[in-house]
Design a protein around this ligand. Structure first.
Ligand SMILES: Nc1nc2c(ncn2[C@@H]2O[C@H](COP(=O)(O)OP(=O)(O)OP(=O)(O)O)[C@@H](O)[C@H]2O)c(=O)[nH]1
Ligand SMILES: [Mg+2]
Length: 232
């Protein structure tokens, strides 16, 4: 029987993590929340909602959190056609929409389905990093992506397991798309009406996107700083 494993990175997502986990239980078989260096009760809430919780001792980054979660999936001995669902911890109840991503992979149309969220509008930034990431992906894969930075994605285990490393930090999604397309995986974008906590046009938001832009640049020149299946 085909299984679906969710991997949820969550750093200080106490207000939303419980809803995220609950929404995902409707259609996933098992789930891990990776919560590192949280200053709130994210881990406790995720555990109460029934998820396995992994806690790194120090502050890592998003890619390291995903690597740790993927190692946990590998330890569950997934089959080739099992599906790994990556969903951000701050999506809350809207995480239930991610079932559409799983369906696209289970249906056989795609090896990776990437969620296209509704436009953030004034809640988001100016879209510069997304534009840059789109340009990088077009140059490196020949494909045009609407949501190059989306962290909401379902991936067939056989395709995912072929990767040996991830791009670091917030370059992880762009790096993964490049590597999977190059390996021959079929990638499809699917509209999902999900939301998340936007950092928006605050200083924190600009700082976040500056870091994200740097990580995307590093991913575009081939930086794959986080090894898979060994560390995390
Ligand atoms: N475990 C873990 N999770 C992280 C880390 N950094 C980010 N995350 C999680 O990864 C997901 C995406 O990170 P966000 O900071 O929301 O990034 P984003 O959605 O691109 O940013 P905005 O759209 O500008 O808000 C969230 O669920 C975060 O909690 C980290 O260092 N460790
Ligand atoms: Mg977010």
């Amino acid at each position: 029987m085909r299984r679906v494993f969710a991997v949820v990175p969550a750093h200080n997502e106490s207000p939303t993590i419980r809803d995220t986990v609950r929404a995902l239980w409707d259609f996933v078989d098992d789930m891990v929340v990776v919560a590192d260096a949280c200053r709130d009760d994210t881990a406790k809430r995720a555990q109460e909602a029934g998820a396995t919780v992994l806690i790194r001792s120090g502050r890592g980054d998003k890619a390291r959190a995903l690597a740790l979660g993927l190692n946990w999936v590998a330890a569950q001995s997934p089959g080739r056609n099992d599906v790994v669902l990556l969903v951000d911890g701050d999506t809350g109840d809207s995480a239930r929409e991610a079932v559409k991503l799983v369906e696209a992979v289970v249906g056989g149309e795609a090896d990776m389905a990437v969620g296209v969220l509704p436009p953030a509008g004034r809640h988001g930034g100016f879209g510069l990093v997304a534009r840059f990431a789109r340009w990088v992906l077009r140059r490196q894969t020949g494909m045009v992506f609407r949501a190059p930075l989306s962290g909401q994605r379902a991936v067939r285990w056989s395709a995912l397991h072929g990767l040996s490393a991830l791009a670091g930090g917030f370059g992880v999604e762009v790096g993964m798309t490049i590597d999977l397309v190059r390996a021959g995986a079929r990638v499809q974008e699917v509209e999902v009406s999900m939301t998340h906590r936007y950092t928006g046009r605050s200083w924190r938001g600009f700082l976040h996107r500056a870091r994200q832009g740097w990580h995307v640049l590093m991913a575009s020149v081939g930086w794959r700083g986080v090894r898979l299946w060994t560390d995390g």
